[in-house]
Design a protein around this ligand. Structure first.
Ligand code: NAD
Length: 473
C-alpha cells in the first residue's frame, strides 16, 4: 500500500471542487494558452529532476530515453496545441440544408467539464501530461491518477502540477489499484485510461454506471513484417531502436517480427550485429534501461524459462558480465526467441520487455492470416521497398497505428491520431484528434425570422400542404 495514497473518501469532494470551479469559470482561450505555456515552462525547468525521479523509479532509466520519450514528446504536443488552438476553437460553419433555409448552422467545440486521466508507469510523465495538456487545451479541468509503480515520478508530477495550476483546476490522486478503481467509478465527463487491456476492461465497467465516455489506450502484441526483398540494414536498425527503447517497456514496441523463412538466419545474424554495435556490455551501461520492478522482471524471466522449457532457441544478444548483479538490478539482456508457436507463453501476452520472438513466413499471406487471427494490434510495422507488398499489408491489416519502414515514430507526429482498435483500445488523442476527444462538438442551429418550417403546424392546409409537398418531393 502506497504511504501517500489518496484516501478514497477524498476523491468525490475533489471532483466536486474541480467541477464547481469549472461551472463558474470555464477556461477561455487566453487561460488555456497561458496554462499550456506555464506547464511547458515548469517541465522545462525541471527536466533534470524529472530524469532523476524516473531513473530512481526504474532502478536505471537511460537519460536520453527520458529526455526524448518524456520531455520531447510532451513539448512537441504542447507546442502543436499552442500553434493551432485558436483555429481548433473556432466554431465551424455548416450547411443548414435547403429545407432549413434561411437558418444558419454551426458546430461549436465546447469543453466537457472535468476529465479524469489514469496513467501507467512506462512513460510516466508523457502519458500523464500529454492527455492532461490536451484536456486543458480543450477547456476542461483535470483529475490525474498517476501510477503507483513510479512513486517518485508521481510525487514529481503532483508537485509540478500544484505549482502550475490552482487546485480547483487540476488535482492529482496518488495510489494503487484500489484508488484507481474508485477513481474510474467517479462521474467524470470523460475518462482517458492508459494501461493494460485487462485493467482497461475493468475501467470501462467502472465507468459504465455513470455513462462516462472512455478513451482506452491499451496494449497488445504489435507485429513487425519484414518484406521478402527488403534490405535488412535499415529495417533492423529501426526495429531494434523500437524494441530496445526503454528496454522494450513501450506500448508500441515491436512485439514480434515476421521474416521470410529463407532469410531467417541472415536476419538473426544482422540483429545480433546491430545490438552488439549499440551495447558492448549492458552492466552499468547508462544507455540501457532496467526493468521497472521485480514483478515485471520475474514475468519476463518466466517467458524465457517457458520458451527454453519448450526447447526453443533463446539467443541472449549481450550476456551480462555479472549475472548475479544483473539479476539484482533487474537488468534483462536483449534476447531473441526463434520460431515460437502459439502454445508458448511469449506469444500469448504482450511482452513489454527487451525480448523479440522471430517468426517466419513463406508467403506474406501467412503473416496476414496470423495477424488477423489475433487481437488487433496497437501498432503494425511494415518494412518493405515493394509498393504492391506494402499496399497488400496495409489493406489487409487493421491496427491502432502503422509505420512503413519505421517503428515508434508515428506516435510523435502531432497531426496523427493516436489510439488502439479492438483489444488495443478505443478512441484517439494527440493533436487535433485529442482536442476533439475532450470537446463536445455542439451543433447549433440559428433560426431566421421567417423560415418555411414555421408553416409546419396544424391545421395542415394551404401553405402547409405546399411545404410538405416540397419537403418530401
Ligand atoms: P496497468 O493497467 O496495470 O495500470 C495502469 C494504471 O491503472 C495505473 O495507474 C494503475 O494504478 C491503474 N489501475 C489499476 N487497477 C485499476 C482499476 N481496477 N481501475 C482503474 N485503474 C486501475 O498498466 P501498467 O502496467 O501501468 O502499464 C503497462 C500497460 O499499459 C501495457 O499493457 C502497455 O501496453 C499499456 N500502455 C498503453 C499505452 C498506449 O498509449 N496505448 C501506453 C503505455 C502503456
Amino acid at each position: 500500500m502506497d504511504m501517500n495514497a489518496t484516501p478514497a473518501d477524498t476523491l468525490v469532494p475533489t471532483l466536486a471542487k474541480l467541477r464547481a470551479a469549472w461551472l463558474v469559470n470555464r477556461p477561455d482561450y487566453a487561460q488555456r494558452h497561458d496554462d499550456l505555456k506555464r506547464l511547458r515552462a515548469a517541465l522545462k525547468d525541471r527536466l533534470e529532476p524529472m530524469v532523476k525521479a524516473i531513473s530512481a523509479d526504474f532502478g536505471h532509466r537511460s537519460r536520453h530515453e527520458s529526455m526524448l520519450g518524456e520531455g520531447m514528446t510532451v513539448f512537441s504536443e504542447i507546442d502543436h496545441m499552442l500553434s493551432h488552438l485558436k483555429s481548433w476553437m473556432k466554431p465551424q460553419r455548416r450547411a443548414a440544408g435547403w429545407r432549413m433555409w434561411p437558418a444558419k448552422a454551426e458546430v461549436r467545440y465546447v469543453p466537457l467539464g472535468v476529465v479524469g486521466v489514469i496513467a501507467p508507469w512506462n512513460y510516466p510523465v508523457n502519458l500523464a501530461l500529454t492527455p492532461l495538456a490536451t484536456a486543458i487545451a480543450a477547456g476542461n479541468h483535470v483529475y490525474l491518477k498517476p501510477s503507483e509503480h513510479t512513486p517518485r515520478t508521481s510525487e514529481f508530477l503532483a508537485a509540478l502540477l500544484a505549482d502550475v495550476f490552482p487546485d480547483d483546476r487540476v488535482a492529482v490522486a496518488l495510489g494503487g489499484a484500489d484508488v484507481g478503481s474508485a477513481f474510474a467509478g467517479l462521474p467524470f465527463d470523460h475518462l482517458l485510461f492508459t494501461g493494460s487491456t485487462a485493467v482497461g476492461r475493468k475501467v470501462m465497467a467502472s465507468a459504465a454506471p455513470n455513462l462516462t465516455p472512455v478513451t482506452l489506450e491499451l496494449g497488445g502484441k504489435s507485429p513487425v513484417f519484414v518484406g521478402e526483398a527488403v534490405p535488412f540494414a535499415k529495417a533492423i536498425t529501426r526495429m531494434v531502436t523500437g524494441k530496445l527503447y526503454n528496454a522494450g517497456q513501450t506500448c508500441i514496441a515491436p512485439d514480434y517480427a515476421f521474416v521470410p523463412l529463407a532469410r531467417r538466419d541472415e536476419f538473426v545474424q544482422a540483429v545480433c550485429s546491430e545490438v552488439a554495435s549499440r551495447y558492448k556490455q549492458i552492466d552499468a551501461n547508462p544507455d540501457y534501461t532496467h526493468i521497472v520492478n521485480e514483478g515485471q522482471y520475474r514475468r519476463l524471466r518466466g517467458l524465457l524459462d517457458d520458451a527454453r522449457g519448450r526447447g526453443l532457441d533463446v539467443v541472449t544478444l549481450v550476456e551480462p558480465e555479472d549475472a548475479a548483479k544483473a539479476e539484482a538490478d533487474r537488468l534483462l539482456p536483449p534476447t531473441l526467441v526463434l520460431d515460437p508457436g502459439d502454445d508458448s507463453k511469449i506469444m500469448q501476452e504482450e511482452i513489454f520487455g527487451p525480448i523479440l520472438p522471430i517468426k517466419t513466413y513463406t508467403t506474406p499471406d501467412e503473416a496476414i492470416a496470423y495477424i488477423n487471427a489475433h487481437d488487433r494490434p496497437l501498432a503494425f510495422y511494415c518494412f518493405s521497398n515493394d509498393k504492391a507488398e506494402t499496399e497488400k499489408m496495409l489493406s489487409n491489416i487493421v491496427a491502432g497505428g502503422v509505420c512503413v519502414n519505421e517503428t515508434l515514430f508515428h506516435n510523435v507526429c502531432n497531426d496523427l491520431p493516436f489510439g488502439g482498435v479492438g483489444a488495443s483500445g478505443m478512441g484517439h488523442y494527440h493533436g487535433h484528434d485529442g482536442f476533439l476527444t475532450f470537446s463536445k462538438a455542439m451543433p447549433v442551429l440559428h433560426q431566421a425570422s421567417m423560415p418555411l418550417t414555421d408553416r409546419l403546424k396544424p391545421p395542415y392546409k394551404g401553405l402547409a400542404n405546399t411545404v410538405v409537398k416540397l419537403f418530401t418531393r
